[in-house]
Design a protein around this ligand. Sequence first.
Ligand code: BES
Ligand code: MN
Ligand code: ZN
Length: 313
Amino acid sequence: NNARQLGNLPANICTPSYLASQAKALAKGQAKVTTSVLSEAEMKKLKMGSLLSVSAGSNEPGKLIVMKYQGAKASVKPVVLVGKAVTFDSGGISLKPGRGMDEMKYDMCGAATVLGVMKTIGLLNLPLNVVGLIPACENMPDGLAVKPGDIVTSMSGQTIEILNTDAEGRLVLCDALTYAERYKPETVIDIATLTGACVIALGHHASAVFSKSDELANDLLAAGKKSIDKAWRMPLWDEYQPLLNSNFADIANIGGRAAGSITAACFLSRFTKKYSWAHIDIAGTAWNSGANKGATGRPVSLLSQFLMHKSKK
Ligand code: BES
Ligand code: MN
Ligand code: ZN
């Protein structure tokens, strides 16, 4: 319900700063949770040029929200959850069509999931360590907005040619995924309303799981089945990687029309080589449209079940 409420809030209220204040409020109520928030100036020092390029087109300051749940000894490696928080996705200069654009207030449902899971594991008092990372910004077309053809340098050092400013989720996630390295994680899972192509592929019943690890993917699918919050695995084969070739940078931010949710996952995979990782695309499952318009709170159940199971192992 917490995740649903956050998702349903309009984007003029649910800004990156608002999400940061909610994360701080959650920590106040939970003894084992602490929250800190990085400002744009701090992200600039960390050289998060990719995330900041998305935030540049908006007057709302971007934030990197860092939540830590410590339920086990400090020496136990954490699970890191990374949730996309684009509090409104207008598309930027590659502006979206007007029809249904209001639903892009839901583009922070990955972050809402992370907040919901942090609260759940706190209430369950699970003996685990979990870090929640929430890269939060707006994607808007103001005067300083990033432009198609611009090249930015990510925190990883890899350069990115931005061919479509509407493929912004991967641009904010990649710097958070690099930041995750500092926690020497056991596992990293990102959750994102990443691609319309995912909705075309799977519709509204299953979230899409991408991972090179059969074990991690199977654990996520099993948790989804058990919690009636289903997911389905999609390929992450190297054959798809050349679709992201750029003539001018290390990588392009789009791969063309074919296999759009897979090339988005391939993009993220370039930033996750140092740990075991899975990506969950929730574009089709995070909210309902039409007469029942509203956030679903998925996949809080799937991930809570996954963590409960892990804590028993
Ligand atoms: N937030 C959207 C993805 C999305 C679209 C989720 C529709 C749910 C419903 C994402 O930022 C986006 O715009 N992706 C583009 C990528 C494209 C430009 C390669 C898309 O899916 O059209
Ligand atoms: Mn977009
Ligand atoms: Zn988006």
